[in-house]
Design a protein around this ligand. Structure first.
Ligand code: AMP
Length: 114
């Protein structure tokens, strides 16, 4: 399913989203259906479909995504109380959009899976 074009359109500002930050490497925006008081997505500007597609060539992008996620948590003032950063991969991981994204979730005590 090629639903990754939704996120490509958000990056190009062809469909509306609440973009919080954008640089040459990543785009950060509010999740349309928040599962926590703060629910933000961090995506690479160039398509990487799943975590399985991280490789030697593009792995530095992931470090930048992580760095920006933490910076965003600090800006949203949730870093002291804490937060989750989640990447879902494929069917069993619950990935619905086939475009690699980090979920930054916080603003309340969140349930854990384990
Ligand atoms: P995942 O299940 O990990 O693939 O998560 C996909 C996320 O993208 C879900 O939390 C959706 O609510 C979110 N989402 C889908 N479409 C949009 C959109 N147009 N703008 C913002 N978030 C979206």
């Amino acid at each position: 399913m090629n639903n990754y074009s939704i996120f490509q359109k958000i990056i190009k500002k062809e469909i509306s989203a609440n973009i919080l930050y954008q640089d040459k490497i990543v785009t950060v925006f509010d999740d349309i259906k928040p599962k926590a008081p703060i629910h933000i997505l961090i995506i690479p500007n160039n398509l990487i479909k799943t975590a399985n597609d991280i490789n030697k060539k593009n792995k530095d992008i992931i470090a930048h995504m992580f760095y920006i996620a933490v910076q965003t948590a600090k800006e949203k003032k949730i870093s002291q109380d804490g937060y989750k950063i989640i990447i879902n991969c494929n069917k069993h991981g619950g990935q619905e959009i086939n475009y690699l994204h980090m979920h930054l979730l916080g603003g309340a005590k969140l349930k854990t899976l384990y």
